[in-house]
Design a binder for this molecule. Sequence first.
Ligand code: ATP
Length: 470
Amino acid sequence: MPKSNEQPKVNMEDIVALAKRRGFVYQGSEIYGGMAGMYDFGPYGVELLNNLKKAWWKEHIYDRDDFYGLDSAIFKEPRVWDASGHTTGFSDPLAECKVCNTRIRVDKELERIGVTADEKMSETDLQRLFDENKDKLKCPKCGAKDFSPVRAFNLLVKTNMGDFTGDGFDHPVYLPGEACQGIYLNFKNVVDTTPARIPFGIAQIGKAFRNEISPRNFLFRTREMEQADTQYFVKPHENKAAYDRIKQARFDWYIKMGIKPENLNFKQHENLVFYASDAWDIEYNFPSYGFDELEGIHDRTDYDLSQHTKFSGVDLSYTEPTTGEKYIPWILETSVGMGRMFLAFLSDAYHVETTSGDDTRVVLKLKPELSPIKIAVSPLLRNKPELVELATKVYRQLKTTFNGVAYDDNGNIGKRYRRQDEIGTPLCVVIDFDSLDNHEVTIRHRDTMEQTRVKISDLDATITKQLAGF
Ligand code: ATP
């Protein structure tokens, strides 16, 4: 049994180190020195990521009756980004260190020293705050206090898909600054081809790219990301009750999936974009730097469908089938970066426990449905053919019933348990010499470290029960 559940404070470095050590996340292009804001998910990371996506998808598409799924193309006709306001207004405030040319994101640097600021403030207001606090602000790289004036820096990433002029950027297309635009573009398609009737939602997990000025905090702020978005279409002015319900449902989902309630917060936006009627963030208490935005919940009124109606010339209004009433629906949005979600779940599951004496173990207490591996099967000794033979048989048998079964014969049994604890594997099954005679194996529980002996013939049923009990 673990001796103490008291948690030492977890740092971001601990999480980054575990992610690397246990094959969850690697720095992108690492062998070339890495690329800022880019990460690759390793064998266990991609499992956790996919399990999170599956859980999110199940919540909206399988467990509800009023949601439809979508997977829209990354590239979009460039006018989409004019209509959405991204080509002109999708920017963050930037200033440049006059000594070493390091670029800083002004609102975030102000926040860091305790000044309330955000990217939606006007350039003039941000410049005023920047000037008022210039004694406290210094370049994160060289420490100088001499900066260029604040200017808006557009975050859209341009590319030359379909441009054969040779010089690349005569007719740029854009990588999506946010994934949700694909949902607006397909609103009419979904209404015309499914039984969808307002109110209803469309859910999508899609790629987005932002030229973030200073990618930071590991997976928190990256330049390439996946966003899990829902857009809920309601009748004009019938937004309030649905918004409150959606906001609470997203908060509750994190708790249902295992996040500790004390690590979650709601925060209302003080500055709204001109078309929004309300906006809240669900914040998570990230290691080392505290509460920050995990997911945004936005009440966007009729802005998106009105803009695309105007720019495309296609009427995106909706007609009530019973009354014939015609209107542009209002939209309630939820949007979360899968990397941020991954980081929140990884950090929340990370526990350090004292086991015996001064011995400690790191254990990822993920819910089994999120764990990359559910069951690790081992022979007690890897060099005893009779143990290996039976362990392989048990492994193959379990694989026919469960997803996420791994065979692990690396190192001694103690090391295997430690490694599987760090990966978050709920159950380890070990085949020893007694198993050859009595056909019983040991199941070791990740959280209690308790071991039970079980007949091989009862293994499926016992594992099903134990997994359900986490
Ligand atoms: P921030 O203020 O942190 O820049 P934002 O308000 O611009 O975020 P939105 O445009 O509302 O974020 O995006 C919705 C969600 O997408 C965010 O809540 C976050 O989970 C995720 N997200 C946004 N930018 C990034 C990024 N650079 N890296 C990882 N995830 C991101």
